[in-house]
Design a protein around this ligand. Structure first.
Ligand SMILES: *[C@@H]1O[C@H](CO)[C@@H](O)[C@H](O)[C@H]1NC(C)=O
Ligand SMILES: *[C@@H]1O[C@H](CO)[C@@H](O)[C@H](O)[C@H]1NC(C)=O
Ligand SMILES: *[C@@H]1O[C@H](CO)[C@@H](O)[C@H](O)[C@H]1NC(C)=O
Ligand SMILES: *[C@@H]1O[C@H](CO)[C@@H](O)[C@H](O)[C@H]1NC(C)=O
Ligand SMILES: *[C@@H]1O[C@H](CO)[C@@H](O)[C@H](O)[C@H]1NC(C)=O
Ligand SMILES: *[C@@H]1O[C@H](CO)[C@@H](O)[C@H](O)[C@H]1NC(C)=O
Length: 723
């Protein structure tokens, strides 16, 4: 009888005012962010509320328990989204509140109830056409004994409207994140007296796993809206106390199977609507009719770093074989936008502002495809958590050293154990050495810790980065932290960039284990005395022979070293725009080069110091080297010099017969100018002398240039990019 009345009422309302339901609800959520205590003793907190209605409308909360403080500022933005046949408006509201204490309080939505126009009721659903829409949140800003800071809320969200077909099961994994590291649980409220729910229970066909916050749709005969009401709660991992400004305190306990009622730290509503479509999908396999996400789409639940005033870009790609991707439906913080870059790819953009610093924001998205009959097939929804950091990074450069200081953000602290520079095999490159509690600090000379060199027309640029990427993985897909920094030095300045001698290069390769290459300069062709690393840069005179040795050390017997190429570059950069070829494809290209007799694990050679050095402040010798098994026919080592016109040089040989190519370098060499010693000698006719010497230097430069041409020994050196 009662149900008949409801049905009649429903029909009547549908007939009389179908279009008057425009403010009814599809869902809502709330989280809070403590913003600290102020000198006048007051506390500030921000409430982040979302409400989704058919047409844009904003409902307010009332204070249902405790002192809810006074609102100082409210900003709201509403925007429309749609899915085939559905339109909805999501209001994103931030309420800034001043509180006289940090005692817990509770707020309740809505304040405006007018069922006739849909205010305060769920959008019509098969269970009940007039179900109340109610949300209650318990906010506790007590000072935690474990962090010494205000308790923070778990961060979670879901798209307000999701669609499934009747026949295909689907999991909705809510990304739940807690900045305090608490355990987060989701539950379905069932008691309407608690004001946590209007429907108070999941409909048949749905189930929730409380611990993973995973909602499952199994199947349902009831197509239409299925409102989902959840309460998200956080619990500490061990007992903690929360202390309050009035001197009181309370103990909070972790979840335990032995205690039936444990009060959570916070209680937050998470409500949305799953619409069960009438149609059945011919295949439930993701990728057939339902889109499936593919790389580089971030995984569900990952934390992504973002920085104030810098636009975060999230690339999302999805594909489906028998349907066409139509849209990416996105929900996220204020100001989020998306754009389509191809049929299958979208980019989500968001630029955090200063007010969002150190906060965490969920972004959820779902890919929607349609078939030729306009039937909708949605992918699984995904949510990521964006951590807003400050990017307070100072880079200080001088002639010898790069110093980086990075303020530790949430993300850095979270990844601290994994962070490293490009190369950290040297103990001086360990980030823990100089870092303190508030900053990551790294100090490295220009050629250590994996610093790379690049150049453009005017500058030499030294680059390195602090990253959490696993260095043993070749492709790291989930780099949580990557702070790239660089120092640029103008080429035309008089700066002599200071470098230190390079220690042996260590490599590890399958089949070869760990091996090293060491590149050293020697004093004579007897190769007995190596040039002391403390005397770098190595001073050489024009036409003086330079003696070099590359030596491989490995524990594997029967290996040989092969030097495939060597060149001179003005900066420690193998890809320098300016370079002079010494050895190429195993063939000597400079005719002053002498190769000396040595063991199979060494390569000894010498060449005349050349004017190239004089044209630049300094020169590095960079070689590409390979380690081979001895006596393997066809290995690069056994082939020796290959002239460039004799076919493909990069044929891949058996994996174990040879190592890959490694680039090693040593330097710098510095050309000692004979005129320098003259200028430093005692001289009485100072003025005249100086003019004379300067003149000579300039003239000498010209002479050098001419002699280079006339002898045709050195190719003219390009002074800018030629390739
Ligand atoms: C971000 O931009 C605003 C407005 O342009 C500026 O006032 C603020 O200083 C910037 N903050 C940072 C950290 O760059
Ligand atoms: C460069 O900076 C480092 C680190 O601050 C310092 O130790 C070194 O003395 C500086 N060198 C010069 C030439 O100023
Ligand atoms: C850096 O130093 C810390 C403490 O001395 C040590 O625990 C850590 O293993 C070092 N890291 C690397 C990559 O060597
Ligand atoms: C940590 O290092 C930074 C940068 O060197 C410095 O500004 C800060 O004062 C240091 N903090 C502490 C607590 O030592
Ligand atoms: C380089 O040194 C010369 C002579 O000392 C000076 O005249 C010139 O201005 C300097 N150039 C730069 C870029 O500092
Ligand atoms: C150097 O060459 C001679 C023959 O030219 C050879 O007998 C000797 O073993 C070689 N020395 C080394 C170290 O390979």
């Amino acid at each position: 009888m009662a149900s008949l009345t409801v049905l009649l009422l429903h029909l009547l309302l549908m007939l009389s005012s179908a279009s008057a339901w425009y403010y009814s609800y599809y869902g809502g959520s709330l989280t809070f962010t403590p913003k600290g205590q102020y000198s006048d003793g007051t506390y500030k907190v921000e409430l982040h509320n979302k409400q989704t209605t058919i047409y844009c409308n904003l409902n307010y909360y009332s204070c249902s328990s405790g002192d809810c403080g006074t609102q100082t500022e409210t900003t709201s933005t509403g925007f429309y989204s749609n899915s085939m046949g559905f339109y909805w408006c999501q209001y994103d509201t931030v309420n800034k509140i001043n509180l006289n204490s940090n005692l817990p309080f509770e707020i309740r939505y809505p304040t405006n109830v007018s069922p006739y126009i849909g205010l305060g009721v769920w959008a019509s659903n098969f269970q009940n056409s007039m179900a109340n829409w109610i949300m209650t949140a318990h906010v506790d800003l007590g000072t935690r004994s474990d962090t010494g800071e205000s308790n923070r809320s778990p961060i979670t969200d879901m798209l307000p409207v999701l669609r499934v077909t009747r026949n295909c099961p689907r999991s909705f994994n809510m990304a739940v994140f807690d900045p305090d590291g608490d355990k987060v649980r989701c539950r379905v409220p069932t008691n309407s007296n608690t004001n946590e729910c209007g429907l108070c229970g999941l409909t048949a066909g749905f189930s929730l796993d409380q611990n993973s916050c995973s909602l499952k749709y199994i199947n349902s005969n009831q197509y239409g809206n299925h409102p989902i009401e959840l309460v998200v709660e956080d619990f500490p991992n061990k007992p903690i106390t929360l202390s309050y400004s009035d001197g009181s305190y309370t103990t909070k306990h972790p979840l335990s199977p032995y205690r039936t009622t444990i009060a959570p730290l916070s209680k937050l509503p998470l409500q949305f609507t799953v619409y069960v479509d009438y149609h059945n999908a011919p295949s439930c396999l993701d990728g057939d009719y339902f889109p499936v996400f593919s790389s580089p789409t971030p995984r569900n639940g990952v934390n992504l770093p973002a920085y104030v005033n810098r636009t975060l870009e999230i690339k999302v790609k999805s594909e489906a074989q028998y349907t066409t991707i139509y849209d990416l439906i996105v929900t996220g913080p204020k100001g989020i936008s998306k754009r389509k870059i191809s049929t299958e790819e979208f980019i989500i953009n968001w630029t955090p502002t200063e007010n969002e610093l150190n906060d965490h924001f969920p972004i959820c998205f779902v890919s929607e495809a349609r078939d030729t009959y306009y039937q909708v097939f949605q992918s699984e929804p995904r949510c990521v958590i964006v951590d807003v950091g400050s990017d307070e990074t100072t880079v200080t450069c001088n002639e010898t050293t790069i110093t980086v200081e990075v303020e530790k953000s949430y993300l850095i602290r979270h990844n601290e154990g994994k962070l490293h520079l490009n190369d950290f095999s040297d103990a001086s490159c360990n980030l823990t050495t100089r870092s303190n509690t508030t900053h990551l600090v790294a100090v490295m000379s220009l050629n250590t810790c994996g610093t790379t060199v690049e150049e453009d027309e005017n500058n030499i640029i030294f680059k390195n980065m602090i990253t959490s990427g696993d260095p043993t993985e070749i492709i790291s897909r989930q780099n949580d932290v990557e702070i790239v920094f660089s120092c640029a030095y103008p080429k035309r300045s008089n700066l002599t960039l200071g470098f230190t001698h390079k220690n042996p290069y260590v490599f590890t390769e399958k089949g070869f284990g760990a091996f090293t290459f060491q590149f050293e300069f020697f004093q004579s062709q007897r190769f007995r005395k190596q040039i002391e690393s403390s005397t770098y840069p190595v001073e050489v005179y024009l036409k003086q022979m330079i003696f070099m040795q590359i030596e491989a050390t490995t524990s594997i017997p029967n290996t040989e070293l092969f030097v495939e190429s060597c060149k001179a570059t003005p900066y420690d950069n193998p890809n320098s725009r300016i370079s002079y070829t010494i050895i190429e494809n195993g063939c000597v290209r400079d005719n002053t080069v002498e190769i000396y007799n040595s063991s199979k694990s060494q390569f000894r050679f010498g060449m005349e110091a050349f004017e190239f050095i004089g044209a630049h402040e300094q020169v590095y010798i960079t070689c590409s080297v390979i380690l081979c098994e001895t006596g393997v026919l066809g290995s690069r080592c056994s082939q020796g010099c290959i002239n460039s016109n004799s076919g493909n040089l990069r044929v891949k040989r058996e994996a174990v017969a040879q190592s890959s190519r490694h680039t090693i370098s040593q330097g710098p060499l510095h050309l000692a100018k004979t005129s320098d010693s003259q200028a430093s000698g005692p001289s009485l006719n100072m003025g005249l002398n100086i003019i004379f010497i300067v003149g000579c230097l300039l003239a000498c430069g010209v002479v050098i240039y001419r002699s280079r041409r006339s002898k045709a020994k050195y190719q003219p050196l390009p002074t800018f990019e030629t390739d």
